[in-house]
Every structure is written in structure tokens, then in C-alpha cells.
Design a protein around this ligand. Structure first.
Ligand SMILES: Cc1cc2nc3c(=O)[nH]c(=O)nc-3n(C[C@H](O)[C@H](O)[C@H](O)COP(=O)(O)OP(=O)(O)OC[C@H]3O[C@@H](n4cnc5c(N)ncnc54)[C@H](O)[C@@H]3O)c2cc1C
Length: 407
């Protein structure tokens, strides 16, 4: 374990977001960083459960650009032969089953065009060429994004950490932040299980504990963990690692090939969320057991698209508590009410694929004297005691989850 010593920037949390932020800051020249992770290794919490998809077509130019920056980051990390994020730029197929959805794809394409992202509306024959075992008969439109792909979340974290260490970042595992110290109204440091440290900036990338860490700084933020699951089948003939990722938003499904099997996940219409106030900083959100009625409903919805997958043995269930915000936006940037306290959380279930872009936005919010209006719109300052209430925030955050692929 690295010696816990003072640093200009202390990052709390060694998941994809904390490591991605450390990498972006170090590349921007801020290398006096200490990253603290309470587990024995990095990337063991929500990140370890990620499906690893990275999709760039989004509903606004800013969000497309953010995702594009993540892809650029994964490409960059992949170039180091020693530790790679296992990035596979296999493209993605987004399949519409209704005319309303097909119209939405036109809008996604417009946003992609404006951001400079290549997407193509393709016909069923071309889609079949790209994913031969999939049946596209029901498709009303298919959007192909050739630069989308997937990575292995644990490898992404290792790749970030490897680059960070090379740039001088110190990383300490088994290091729990227990409290935040303040001086003259601004963050002055943290108290950990290994003693006190001083810092100028404290970055909260604590995932499902981001609520609790913010609370230590005196901020009440609506960061709501919502359960999410997918399954992976045993290997099946024809499932090669070069097949594109796919999304069928009308069925709220997504998938890809993983280890020769089919990974299938979805956004159930009635979510299970938890109140972060029900567990404390030292505790954990409730343990999740595979919810087979929900997982089987993904399989039933997918019926007919890939007949061989029906009834296939499921060998792994990915499950965890990604955090959602009531407005569906990340919370990124320094709090003006608690100077020195910086948020990098509320990832709305795309914190791994978004990690490169989140790092870029955080650097902009912290180092750029004139951050963009988009970056400012993600500030924690938008949540004040009078601007939201817990009961409503939980319902709204759950709704963001439930309408993830909403038109
Ligand atoms: C089933 C499932 C599938 C998913 N699929 C995808 C996907 O395909 N693509 C995608 O982009 N996203 C996906 N996600 C979402 C993604 O996993 C999360 O958005 C992302 O992992 C969040 O990363 P994080 O670093 O914020 O959180 P975490 O990975 O949870 O990391 C936070 C870290 O902070 C540490 N920590 C907490 N409190 C303290 C403290 N006091 N002191 C020190 N350390 C502390 C924790 O131990 C933890 O390691 C999926 C999630 C699930 C559950």
C-alpha cells in the first residue's frame, strides 16, 4: 500500500469513475493526486459488475461528444501493450420495432452528425450481414454506429491505474475515508482509517456511497442506487467476439457477446431502488440475489431475435446498484457552497463507458476558468435543500431508470 501522505487532490473511490478522473487530471498536468479505495483492490464494487457496453449515439450533441471522448480514451489506453482495457471496437446495432422509435433514430442520427460521430441507418440485409444469427424481420429501422464497442470493466480500471501510476498518481487501497476536515469554510483534508491527510481538493467518486461522502461535507445530494441486472449464457456456436453490441430500445434490452455466450440485460419497467440513508458510510447497500422473474422476462422479450438463446443455460448474473439522479444527469464539479469539495457521481448506469468523458468534463470544471454551459449544468449546485425532496427524488430517479430507452 502506498504511504498516505498529503496531496493537492484526493480522490475517494477506485472504480471506473475515480480512476478515469485521476487519469484525466494527471494527463492535464495535475499529478499530485492520492486516490483512496476502501476495498483491497480497485474496481471491486459497481464497476466489477458492468456489462461493458459503450454506446455513443445519445439525444444531445454534448452527450454524444462526451461518449466520443470516452471511446478516444479507450483507444488510447488500448495502445499500451502492457495493460489494456480490452476495448473491442465492434460497432453497435440499435434496432427499432416501431415507427415512433424509427423517428427517434433520425434525431439520434442528427445529434451524431452534428457531433461528428459516424452513424448509418442500414437495412435488414446489411444488419444480417453484421450479426448473421440475429433475426431482424421485426425491425422498422436499424442504426449502425461502427465506432461503438465493449470493454472489460475490470481491465479498464487496471489500465487507468497503470497509466496513472506512470504519471505519478499515488493509489492506496484498503483506505477508507471516514470524515472530511474543513478549514475557513473550505475542504482541508480527510480522516481515513490510516490517519489524517491534507488536500486542496477532495473528489467524491464513491459510487453507491457518494451520497454518504457528500453528507460528510455537509451536502445533501439526491444520489439514488437502483438495482440493475443482466445474465450471460454458456458459450454458443456462432457467438464470436467480433459481433456488434446491440440495443432493442422498444423491448428495453441490450446485449453483446461475452466469453462466447450471450450477455443480455434490460431495464425493467418497475425498478427496485434503495434509499442511501438506509445504510451508512461504513456499510453497504442491500445484497442482491438474481431476480429470475426479471431476468427471464429479458429472455422472453428477446424471443425470436436469436432463437438459439431461448432456454440456454445461464452461467453468470451481473448485478449491482448503479446510482441515478432525479434529472438523469451526472453530478460533476466543485460545490460553490463547499469550496474544495468536488463531485464525480450520479452516473445513471453509464459510469464505465462514460468514464473517459466524465474525466474530461471534471478537468474542464476544475481547471478551465470558463467551463461550457453543459459542464455548468452538471454542477452539484443545482441541488439545494429547497430544490428537491427525497420522496420525489427517489421516484424521479427510478423513473429515469425505468424509461432509460424512453422516446
Ligand atoms: C449489472 C450492471 C450492468 C452495467 N452495465 C454497464 C455498461 O454496460 N456500461 C457502463 O458504462 N456502465 C454500466 N453499468 C454502470 C456502471 O457499473 C457504473 O456506472 C460505474 O461502475 C460507476 O462507477 P463508480 O466508479 O462511480 O462506482 P464504483 O465502481 O462503485 O466505485 C466506487 C468506489 O468507491 C469506493 N468507496 C466508497 N466509499 C468509500 C470511502 N469512504 N473511502 C474510500 N473508498 C470508498 C468503493 O469501494 C468503490 O470501489 C452497469 C451496472 C450494473 C450494476
Amino acid at each position: 500500500m502506498a504511504q498516505l501522505s498529503n496531496a493537492e487532490i484526493v480522490i475517494i473511490g477506485g472504480g471506473a469513475v475515480g480512476c478515469g478522473v485521476a487519469y484525466a487530471l494527471a494527463k492535464a498536468g495535475k499529478t499530485d493526486i492520492l486516490l483512496l479505495e476502501r476495498a483491497e483492490d480497485l474496481g471491486q464494487a459497481t464497476t466489477s459488475q458492468g456489462a461493458g457496453l459503450c454506446g455513443q449515439p445519445r439525444d444531445s450533441v454534448e452527450r454524444v461528444r462526451l461518449a466520443m471522448h470516452s471511446v478516444a480514451t479507450f483507444r488510447e489506453l488500448q495502445r499500451d501493450p502492457r495493460v489494456k482495457p480490452d476495448w473491442h471496437e465492434v460497432g453497435s446495432l440499435r434496432v427499432a420495432l416501431t415507427h415512433k422509435r424509427a423517428a427517434e433514430f433520425q434525431k439520434l442520427k442528427q445529434a451524431a452528425d452534428a457531433a461528428g460521430l459516424e452513424t448509418v441507418l442500414i437495412d435488414r440485409t446489411e444488419a444480417k450481414r453484421l450479426w448473421p444469427l440475429m433475426d431482424f424481420a421485426r425491425a422498422t429501422a436499424i442504426l449502425w454506429c461502427p465506432s461503438d464497442g465493449y470493454m472489460t470493466p475490470s481491465c479498464v480500471v487496471k489500465a487507468y491505474a497503470h497509466q496513472c501510476r506512470n504519471l505519478g498518481v499515488r493509489i492506496a487501497t484498503s483506505s477508507l475515508v471516514e470524515n472530511i476536515t474543513m478549514k475557513n469554510g473550505r475542504v482541508a483534508g480527510a480522516r481515513t482509517n490510516h490517519g489524517a491527510i491534507e488536500c486542496r481538493y477532495l473528489i467524491n467518486a464513491a459510487g453507491a456511497h457518494a451520497y454518504h461522502v457528500a453528507k460528510l461535507a455537509g451536502l445533501e445530494l439526491p444520489i439514488v442506487p437502483v438495482r440493475h441486472e443482466y445474465y450471460i449464457t454458456v458459450p454458443m456456436a456462432g457467438l464470436t467476439p467480433d459481433l456488434p453490441c446491440f440495443r432493442i430500445p422498444d423491448l428495453t434490452l441490450y446485449g453483446r457477446v461475452r466469453d462466447g455466450g450471450l450477455l443480455l440485460g434490460g431495464w425493467e419497467p418497475k425498478s427496485l431502488h434503495t434509499d442511501p440513508r438506509a445504510y451508512d458510510l461504513a456499510g453497504f447497500p442491500p445484497e442482491i440475489k438474481p431476480d429470475w422473474p426479471v431476468l427471464n422476462s429479458f429472455e422472453e422479450s428477446y424471443d425470436g431475435f436469436f432463437p438459439a438463446a431461448q432456454g440456454a443455460e445461464k452461467r453468470f448474473v451481473g448485478k449491482g446498484w448503479p446510482t441515478f439522479t432525479p434529472d438523469g444527469r451526472f453530478i460533476i464539479g466543485e460545490s460553490s457552497r463547499v469550496p474544495g469539495f468536488v463531485m464525480a457521481g450520479g452516473c445513471n448506469a453509464h459510469g464505465i463507458s462514460g468514464s473517459g468523458g466524465i474525466g474530461k468534463l471534471l478537468v474542464e470544471s476544475l481547471l478551465d476558468p470558463r467551463p461550457s454551459a453543459y459542464v455548468e449544468s452538471l454542477s452539484p449546485d443545482r441541488f439545494t435543500e429547497s430544490s428537491w425532496k427525497w420522496d420525489e427524488a427517489r421516484v424521479q430517479a427510478a423513473r429515469v431508470y425505468e424509461t432509460y430507452y424512453g422516446v
